[in-house]
Design a protein around this ligand. Structure first.
Ligand code: UDP
Length: 357
């Protein structure tokens, strides 16, 4: 057993933990805290005010939320707001840094990368999205040069979007399998999970649901109202049902009864936590062959990979969902995405950074 590490997690500044504004990185933070606490490490999280997470020391940091990177252009400069929660989180981190062996940054923002050189305590940067801006590309290149080994990411396809030649630790993701129940006998319906925002391509899933006349349950944070209104105007008769943003327990209750999960991203999804949540329930995934899902889904075994942006391909795959063995989907989630394995991977990464400091 490794020694007990004292870790300060600095959470995403785009919204409180539990709000859904942070997307998949929120679940990653929650799961990582569980996995590392289980291994005997001590974790404190500095997160935006109104964050919710039980059984952990949570420092609530006030301030204005950071705009999400996917709503900014590739050439948009770094955004530093007045009274930003991001600056407040890092002012706090600097003040308490000597109480910790390591600080872990979960923000996809230039500021913490830049500030790293002024800290005594080492900082690990977990990058939760692919390359979206020149300023972030520059930030990761600088960190790699000055603090090699401190960049972490979910998948190879995500890393491939950044400038070549950098050293990344690939850490994948995990689910707490005890929170997802297996269902062998689905109802004739589909699920789509995620932030309702253009890069997620919900309209293609709705089009496929309409063409196959299969009811589609939509769950997730309504991030872009205009986008959602446009989908409803375009497909007024599609058999869709938007159930809002729900917690993990409610999410798995709804998803596990579905024949399949649709993932239709327009962007290079860094991972796609929703894919492994579905597999954990025994639900196969139909996804565009793009980004993280290509590394998660075993074509023909745990779902179907479809030519990107091709609705007819989604329709074909939906019709073939009953060829997938649901028990095998659950087994693969157990085998590849367990919480203990996630804890071990991150622990090894953290130990290496601390040792090199
Ligand atoms: N999610 C949720 N409630 C919902 C819909 C989604 O908690 O009603 C969570 C889901 O568990 C997942 C996250 O939203 O962790 C979406 O993450 P993903 O990695 O799929 O995409 P991202 O938002 O990071 O692009």
């Amino acid at each position: 057993m490794a020694r007990c590490l004292r870790l300060l997690f600095v959470s995403t500044p785009v919204g409180p933990l539990g709000s859904g504004l942070g997307g998949g990185v929120e679940l990653t933070v929650v799961n990582l805290v569980a996995a590392l606490t289980q291994r005997g490490h001590q974790i404190t999280i500095a997160a935006p005010e109104n964050s919710q997470l039980e059984g952990i020391q949570l420092i609530q940091i006030p301030g204005i939320h950071q705009p999400t990177a996917h709503t900014q252009g590739r050439d948009t400069p770094a955004t530093v707001l007045e009274n930003a929660v991001l600056s407040n989180q890092w002012a706090y981190a600097r003040q308490v840094q000597h109480d910790y062996d390591l600080i872990v940054n979960f923000a996809y923002d230039w500021l913490p990368f830049y500030l790293t050189q002024f800290f005594d305590t080492p900082i690990a940067h977990f990058v939760s999205m692919g390359s979206l801006s020149r300023i972030m590309d520059h930030a990761v290149v600088q960190i790699d040069a000055k603090f090699p080994g401190t960049l972490g990411a979910y998948t190879q396809t995500q890393v491939d979007t950044f400038p070549p030649g950098l050293t990344w630790q690939l850490l994948s993701s995990a689910v707490d399998l005890s929170q997802y129940d297996y269902c062998d006998t689905p109802e004739p319906r589909l699920a789509w999970l995620g932030r309702i925002s253009p890069e997620k391509g919900l309209e293609d899933a709705v089009a496929a649901a309409q063409q196959t006349q299969t009811p589609l349950k939509i769950l997730g944070k309504l991030e872009n109202q205009e986008y959602w209104d446009a989908i409803q105007r375009t497909y007024p008769n599609a058999p869709i049902d938007y159930l809002g943003f729900v917690n993990t327990q409610q999410l798995q209750t709804i998803v596990r009864c579905c024949q399949g999960l649709l993932m239709t991203p327009r962007w290079v999804e860094a991972f796609g936590n929703v894919a492994i949540e579905a597999l954990a329930c025994g639900v196969p995934v139909v996804a565009y062959r793009r980004g993280g899902p290509t590394e998660i889904i075993d074509h023909g075994k745990t779902g179907w990979l479809v030519e990107p942006d091709y609705v007819a391909g989604l329709v074909d795959s939906i019709r073939k969902l009953d060829r997938i063995d649901r028990a095998h989907c659950r087994q693969q989630a157990e085998l590849k995405y367990s919480l203990p394995a996630l804890g071990e991977r991150f622990e090894q990464w953290f130990e290496a950074i601390i040792k090199a400091n």
